[in-house]
Design a protein around this ligand. Structure first.
Ligand code: PA5
Length: 441
């Protein structure tokens, strides 16, 4: 099986062949324009051929730095927000042990890894400092602009703790920065202090940056092989560059279906993951889709649920609430482990009919049952089936969604690569905080 399989059988009753044919024409035009480097926001199309353009030497450098950090720290904290954070978190949750940080270092094979800078909370940071305690630790600080408040606050606090723990010189070798090549407060700080630094290419925006050092460095520190991740992304880049035809290009097929449904009033997409390892993939996807498409009064609202957990919660809404949604199931063909239901001498729990069956087998039936139920409830659905939890599948999936979301944005007629809407809260917050230059509260 290829890394991602698109199952569209439950969509056909909701979509006419002519609507898809119209969309195919538009998609082909947009594809050609993207490949020529044209269109709104074209200065941020660097992600388009990033996998094939990434030199092996960059992967070698990232792996070398990751090895150094793995060697000198018991704990690594990765600081960033939005696109500078979610890709790495998604990768770790997708590929690694569910309870990796709680395992012994020997079993885990590397440092414990935590994230910070994605909220403003005394409790979160204080608890993190307490967790680190007197152990050796290191920081990866990621910000393209180098000026974002949340990661800057976390960095100031954690850097002080690092200097107290390891001294000024010791701290210096335990901080690695990923930021812009030439501007921003973080870049100036990194230059001034001599921190090792990686660059986020100018033509790659935050939420499209997971395959740059933004994602690659923390992913490599966690022990996930980034060469395989990149190989998966290259596979998908090749497939989705070769043709704009929906039959050969699953990312555009998915984008077109979303668009046609949106035109029919389905303004909410719920991505329903059927495995706990997908939790942060869903968060990453929501950020990618939401920030890229929700503008100028347009856009599909990207929501997510994790099943079967949320079948006992939002499942009610999906089944029976307002009919303005469609559903994209995300499933895993193969888990990392297999656990079967044990036989039991008594059948007090009524589960003996499942004895010997794997939990994944039962989960698959839950998925199929949910597909049928939600279809009966009038929710059009499609399925993205991921082959496994390998870095190669993950790389293909990251690239798949980047292509699909860029195409979706262009189909809506918006610039998928800007985010003007996130500025207003910042201006208001700065004014309320009496930040110089933002007026008085
Ligand atoms: O996708 C985006 O551009 C944003 O989500 C950014 O990644 C996020 O705001 C963090 O920005 P920065 O990396 O500049 O700190």
């Amino acid at each position: 099986m290829t890394a991602i399989k698109l199952d569209l059988q439950n969509i056909s009753p909701f979509i006419s062949g002519s609507a898809l044919a119209d969309c195919q024409e538009k998609v082909t035009r947009i594809h050609q324009s993207m490949e020529k480097g044209e269109g709104a926001g074209s200065e941020f199309l660097g992600w388009l051929h990033l996998p094939s353009n990434t030199p092996d030497s960059l992967l070698v450098d990232v792996n070398r730095e990751a090895e150094r950090l793995r060697g000198l720290a018991e704990v690594v904290v990765c600081i960033g927000i939005g696109g500078s954070y979610l890709g790495a978190r998604a990768a770790l949750t997708f590929c690694s042990h569910t309870f990796g940080n709680q395992l012994s270092r020997y079993k885990r094979g590397g440092p414990e890894m935590y994230f910070a800078g994605h909220n403003i909370s005394s409790d979160y940071l204080t608890d993190l400092l307490e967790l680190i305690g007197t152990r050796s630790f290191a920081l990866i600080v990621i910000s393209k602009s180098g000026t974002t408040t949340e990661p800057a606050l976390a960095f100031r606090v954690l850097k002080q703790h690092l200097e107290n723990r390891h001294g000024i010189e010791g701290a210096r070798e335990r901080i690695v920065v990923t930021t812009d090549s030439s501007k921003g407060a973080l870049k100036e700080l990194a230059d001034g202090e001599g921190y090792p630094a990686f660059v986020i290419p100018d033509d790659v925006g935050g939420r499209f940056s997971v395959l740059t050092p933004v994602g690659l460095l923390p992913i490599a520190v966690s022990g996930i092989p980034i060469v395989e991740l990149m190989a998966g992304a290259r596979d998908m880049e090749k497939i989705t560059t070769a043709t704009a035809d929906f039959l050969g290009n699953p990312a555009y097929g998915y984008a077109a279906i979303r668009h046609v449904l949106y035109q029919q009033g389905k303004t909410l997409e719920v991505m329903s993951g059927f495995h706990p390892a997908l939790e942060y993939i869903l968060e990453w996807w929501k950020q990618l889709a939401g920030e890229s498409e929700g503008k100028e009064g347009k856009g599909i609202f990207p929501a997510s649920v994790l099943f079967t957990t949320d079948l006992h919660s939002l499942g009610q809404w999906v089944q029976d609430g307002q009919r303005n949604l469609f559903e994209t199931f995300m499933t895993l063909e193969k888990s990392n482990r297999e656990l079967t239901v044990p036989t039991s001498s008594s059948d007090g729990d009524g589960l003996s009919y499942l004895a010997g069956k794997s939990l994944d087998f039962i989960n698959e039936k839950a998925y199929k049952g949910t597909v049928e139920a939600h279809l009966e409830g009038g929710v059009p659905n499609l399925t993205l089936q991921l082959k496994d939890r390998s870095p190669r599948t993950l790389g293909a999936m990251f690239y798949f969604f980047q292509r699909a979301v860029a195409m979706s944005g262009y189909l809506l007629g918006v610039n998928p690569f800007d985010q003007p809407g996130v500025e207003l809260y910042k201006r208001n917050m700065f004014r309320l905080l009496n930040k110089p230059g933002y007026g008085k509260e």
